[in-house]
Every structure is written in C-alpha cells, then in structure tokens.
Design a protein around this ligand. Structure first.
Ligand SMILES: Cc1ncc(COP(=O)(O)O)c(C=O)c1O
Length: 447
C-alpha cells in the first residue's frame, strides 16, 4: 500500500515490533487509534474515548491544535532541516530564550535532545563534563532512586529503578550507580498531595555519600514526583533535604521533569512548585505538545561557563563532544515555539493549577471502590492502585482494558492506573473521566 492510499486498518501487524507492548496479545486484538481532537480519541472501530493520560503526558494542550500544525507546516516549507553542529538557525535560539524565561533563575542554558531518555543521558554526561572542567575527574558515581523512571538508554536505564526495565540488561548497565529507597510508605495510601511523613528517606543520600564517599558522586537524579511508577508524591521537606545533602558533598542535583515539567504540578516546573532549585532540569513530553520529538536539558549558567572556559581546543572544535543529528531541528522548534505561545496566551499553568483540586477530589472519590487500594496525586497527575482477584501485576492492564471499553483511555503500570488529564479539560471532562473509570473498574470486578 502506498502512503497516498493508506487506510486506518493495516494489512499486516506482523512487521512492527511495538515498544513496551505485549506484541503477541496486542496483535490478536489490536487497539488502533485513528483520530484525535481536543480531549477525545477515536479508535479503529469508530469508538470515541476520552484521553485521561494526555497521550502519555505529551498533549496537555489537547489534540489537533491548529496553531501547532500550522507553525510546523510553515516551517517545513521554509527550512526543513539544517545541521545543528557548528551551524544553526534562528528559531532554536529563540526557543531557548523562551524556555529559559520559564525555568528557575540561573538554569538558563538550553541543550536540545531528541526525547526524555536522551535528555537524561545528556544530563549525565554534562555532569561528568562539568566536574572535569572544574578539575575534579574522580567523580563518576550517580545516585538514582527505586521506582524511578528516566528512560531507556543505558545511562537512563541504570539510574532508573523499575526492576522489569533493568533485569534483562543487568550485564551492560553503567558502573557506580546506587539507589535511594523510594518515598512511598504504607501510610501514604490515600494521602492527597504531599505526605507529612517520610522526609527521613532523604537521608539515604547521606548514607550513600558516607559509604561511597560523597567526593566520588557526580550527581543525584530524581523525578520530583515519580511519574511512571504511578505518581509517588515527595514527602514534605524531602526534596529540600536532598538539595542540602547534595550541597554538602558537592553533588549535582538533576530534576528529571520529563513528566512534571511544563505545568503538570500547576507551576511551570515542579522545582518552582516545591521551592527547590536543582542544577539541571530535563524535560521532554509537553515541550512540543507531543507532535514532534524533542527533549531539553536546562543547565545552570555557571556550569555552561565552566565547560566552555575550560576548553583550550582550536577554533571549530566543540567544547562538549556530545549532540544529536536531530538536536533542535526546525520542525520541533516550530512546534515548541507555538506551544510557548499557547502557554502564555491561555495562561495554561494557572489553568492547570485551578483545575487540580477538582481533579484530585474526583480521583479520591473512587476510594469507596473496594478494588482501589491506594490513590495518590498532585496537580494534574494521579495514580490509582488496584487489587482484584487476579495475581498482583495483572489488575492494572485488565482494568485498562475494561476502561477502554467503557470509553476512557490511559496507561497502566503494574497494578496502577496513571491518570493525567489535559490542562484544557473542563469540569465536565474530569467528571466524564471519573465516571468512566468507575464504570470500567466495576465492569472488571463483575467479569
Ligand atoms: C521522568 C521521565 N524521564 C525520562 C523519560 C523518557 O522519555 P522518552 O520516552 O521520551 O525517552 C520518561 C518517559 O516516560 C519519564 O517519565
């Protein structure tokens, strides 16, 4: 079939090896999405569903935004590609300036990557490069956290802490990585927002520094709110304490804001929401509203200066031997700029902040269902943990399938449903999400 007469139903599902998918079962009973508009998706059977996870957190502005489509298509007609090494074009600089206006003060040097994984990989390399630039080449260790997710390159996989993602690849992981415990305690089961207990979990970083020598640790990376494991909100004071321990030992702090960045918490970044400033912030997902891959590392100015100042290379030689063919390509930048315009015009972070209490109330209204064993959330993100008759690990996907049939789409991880509505949602959309979740869960329970 040529691209001009493509239909929504492919002739064969065999050749495409799908990512993070149960390929065998999916291909027997596929779920194909054909159209998306606003907060709704349509599948290949013509069924309309509400998108309750903003397409993997990517599209908070809703699907099919004309402003973005038009900006990308205009850009492609004018300049479709230009090499990003020792050459450039105006748009990528303009977008960097716009991003730097929204990041915390001083974190204003912008390195483009292709996605969240490459942003994390880049941050890991920048941490090493910075320490070397300062004459400190013995720092090679990194600290991550259990239940953390940072993407799927080797570095990002290693600092992550979701066991299924690492066990097959144990033989090739990065050396010198330690993990702190995750922050979820039994008493956090139905806590709204930040739990009051658990700040002492931050002392894990101090213990690792004691055991391995703080002077050997390059950086500590955490998601301010652990997203992919099902929304683990940090205990009050936890992130601040992590910052203090990093400062004590000269360890860089990386906030992976691939999910929390661009308004998910109600502030531009979780860093601002929780009042803790890291040294680097990684972001991706909502940067282009999901339409063209793009990741970003925002770096402290002083770190950028150190790397540049330490380079004694001849003209034309990079200060940092790192980059991607698709770093800041014009189409992604055009989408990113259009997204920034919408953020500003529609005051989108405040909109998310204003809708958050309503969404969190709705989510917690599911507490009366006996199958729901934990609900946690912050801003426009939440996790609903299920326990059904099935073995642990099975309920999440089974619930997802029943909810899909009930007309609400989201992602599950293990037994947890990941719910992250779009910021353009109105109250009636939140109501619809909650009502359909309730129907899907009840249908599964009865099945
Ligand atoms: C916090 C975090 N970091 C990194 C990544 C990896 O992003 P990508 O899938 O774009 O490589 C993700 C993806 O879900 C994420 O949630």
């Amino acid at each position: 079939m040529s691209s001009s007469n493509r239909t929504n139903i492919p002739n064969s599902l065999n050749e495409h090896w799908m990512p993070f998918t149960d390929n065998k079962n999916f291909k027997k009973n596929p779920r194909l999405i054909t159209d998306a508009k606003g907060v709704y998706l349509t599948n290949h059977q013509g069924k309309k569903m509400i998108d309750a996870s903003s397409g993997l957190f990517c599209n908070p502005l809703g699907h099919g935004r004309k402003e973005i489509t038009e900006a990308v298509s205009k850009q492609l007609e004018k300049l479709d590609y230009c090499q990003p090494f020792n050459q450039g074009y105006g748009g990528s600089f303009e977008l960097a300036t716009r991003i730097a206006k929204k990041t915390p003060e001083g974190i204003n040097r912008i390195f483009y990557t292709i996605c969240g994984s490459t942003a994390v990989e880049t941050a890991i390399k920048i941490a090493i490069a910075y320490h070397r630039a300062k004459g400190d080449s013995k720092r090679f260790r990194f600290v991550g956290r259990e239940r953390g997710y940072h993407g799927m390159n080797i570095g990002a996989t290693t600092v992550g802490g979701m066991i299924n993602n690492v066990k097959t690849f144990a033989s090739v992981l990065m050396p010198g990585v330690q993990h702190m415990r995750h922050t979820h305690l039994p008493e956090h089961k139905f806590v709204k927002g930040q739990p009051d207990t658990g700040v002492e979990m931050a002392e894990d970083l101090e213990r690792i520094a004691m055991n391995f020598g703080g002077e050997n640790i390059a950086a500590c990376i955490v998601e301010p709110i652990a997203g992919s494991t099902g929304t683990l909100v940090p205990p009050k004071g936890y992130l601040k304490r992590i910052r203090e321990i990093c400062d004590k030992h000269g360890i860089l702090l990386i906030f992976d804001e691939v999910i929390t960045g661009w308004g998910r918490t109600g502030s531009a970044f979780a860093s601002q929401e929780f009042g803790v400033t890291p040294d680097m912030i990684t972001m991706a997902k909502a940067t282009t509203n999901g339409v063209i891959p793009m990741g970003v590392v925002a770096v402290k100015e002083e770190m950028y200066d150190a790397v540049l100042d330490s380079s004694k290379n001849p003209e034309g030689t990079p200060e940092l031997f790192h980059g991607y063919t698709y770093s800041g390509i014009p189409a992604a930048v055009a989408a990113g700029l259009a997204v920034q315009d919408i953020f500003d015009k529609e005051d989108i972070f405040n909109r998310a902040k204003e809708m958050s209490p309503y969404f969190q109330e709705g989510l917690h209204s599911l507490k009366d269902l006996k199958e729901v064993v934990s609900i946690r959330g912050y801003g426009m993100m939440g996790g609903v943990e299920m326990r059904m008759k099935d073995k642990p690990g099975k309920s999440g996907f089974q619930t997802f399938k029943h909810c899909y049939d009930a007309g609400v789409n989201f992602k599950n991880t293990g037994d947890t449903l990941i719910i992250a509505p779009q910021f353009i949602c109105e109250k009636k959309h939140i109501d619809e999400i909650i009502e359909k979740l309730r129907t899907g869960i009840s249908n599964y329970s009865k099945s």
